[in-house]
Design a protein around this ligand. Sequence first.
Ligand code: C2O
Ligand code: CU
Ligand code: CU
Length: 502
Amino acid sequence: MHRRGFLVAGLAAALSGSRALAQMKMDGMPDMDMGDHAGHDMGAMAQAPAALPEGETLRQLPLLANEAGRPGLFKARLTAEAAKARFVEDRDTPILAYNGTSPGPLIEAYEGDRVEITFANRIAGEQSTIHWHGMPVPADQDGNPMDPVAAGADRVYAFELPEGSAGSYWYHPHPHGRTAEQVYRGLAGAFVVKAKADPVPAAYGDTVLMFTDLRLAADGTMPDNTMIDMMNGRVGDHVLVNGQKNPKLALAAGAKRRLRLYNATNARFLRLAFANATMTVIGSDGGLLEAPVAADEILLSPAERIELVVAFDQPGTATLTTLDYDRGWMGPGRPADAGLTLLTVDVSDTPAEAMPPLPERLRPIAPLGGPTVNRRLVFTETMAMNPTGMEMGFLINGKAFDMGRVDIVARAGETELWEIVNQADMDHPFHLHGTQFQVVERERGGHVAKPPYLAWKDTVNVARGETVRLLTRQERPGARMYHCHILEHEQLGMMGLVDVRA
Ligand code: C2O
Ligand code: CU
Ligand code: CU
């Protein structure tokens, strides 16, 4: 039997009763509750999700205050702990938060700054770390699963932000086996490194839009991950922007805004378009492009970021909406991807003050060339029924992650060509720690395509059946992770370790 067919048949049988479901067992998920809640969770998927208020004024993310008191240093404290959020009236939702808020506070620092952040892990009974996603920080400061911070403990993360590193990064936990859950419970925040000389007009503002994905049970709690979540990655019922559902923004006609879009969901692919406003892409994960590029739609896979300038020239209502995207959903419960309104902008008739134009050139990007090493990473999914249940594997080069194993040995300062081959049945967004890479081409069904523009990336979607070739160079020695950024897949083993040597 074809492997995909096998899976779906197995699932159909399993889903016919919660008892059968409860008997299913998956390796690598010791913490997953497959007993009492499993049937309830499956039932909840068929129900209409709890309604959330919409149309509140878009809130700015709270800024993390710099306590350094002198230029060139950013010093602060981030405490991860249990908190309560009010998503629906009269009901508190227990969440995890950094400094009491989810998304966590926005960190803004400048190129050239030194950063010293004391992380206090106050999550009861769970280790955690803070990983600085996309940032060029030393390996021992990067919150690897090998460097856990125990419950109740503090540690200082310290690093310098090199010149030229301005970009839209983020931070989130990365403890072994608990990343997916700590993130969907609320731990993620944006880290914007600002350029000393920024070519984008200040009149456009600078707004982070952080997308998260909330699933809320009728009693206001966040249900645990189900089997379907582990397989596809957890997709919620509500896509939130800065913690709000479809918030509202009021602008004058002719306004231009600089927006940094973050996909901080565990597993939701966001194919986005603006109705009644025009989008220009100006930046990717690792900062500005060489030149602005007009776009009708964008695809933001989990963990990717994009910087846009959006022009609101038509009075009336402009909306940011989702389009359908088929990323190879397995089993029942494929979420409705299309037609969600994520943000509503009321554009008044009163004309905005004249906006300065966007420059034609933003910054140079030197192409990484001349790889000295070629590597091939093959993504596969395996599943097998055995007498105790279904076992699934999310593998890279046939192996599940092992903290004690070095998968690749690389040299600092050398350019490498990595070929990421997706032989699995669903898309997997590939992410590499410690550096930014350049995609050079994508191949699918014998067709090879160059990317539309040169960009610094740390996460790239590799569609099922696709091969993505990228150039990468690690500047510093140490252990770096690479993995699928569907966090449940990372947790189930789709991760490896590259040891960069001096
Ligand atoms: Cu954002 Cu290893 O992850
Ligand atoms: Cu990362
Ligand atoms: Cu994946």
